[in-house]
Design a protein around this ligand. Sequence first.
Ligand SMILES: [Zn+2]
Length: 138
Amino acid sequence: MSRERQCSGSKADGSPCGAVPQLVNADGLCPAHRPGGRREMSERGRKGGRANKRAAGLDPSELPPLTSHADAQSWLETIGRAVASGRLPERQAQAAIRAVAEWVRAEGERAAVEVLDELRAEIDELKSSLASGSIRAI
Ligand SMILES: [Zn+2]
């Protein structure tokens, strides 16, 4: 029996199995990792569980593009429903809510700048009108 023989399976933390070489068969697997073995089964279940968790959450198609405050409200409602129903993990929900809040903040700034630009343009227009005498100062 080769002393180099090692089980090709891995432990729950991803490190090599480390089963004593005497336990490893010609197929390169220890009893626990052999098809149908205890560890193989539990790892398969664990991986499946992880995959399912990763798949959970919101489908991007459920969220409209964020272009208005109504869209932001729609996002929050969808996120709220998904959390309440257990479909969206709280961590992801918090991240999504932060993203909405950040959008609302940025949109507020953008709108404020837009209003200022409009006011500035109106003032310039009034000034030039006054200068040309087309309207009289009140
Ligand atoms: Zn093993």
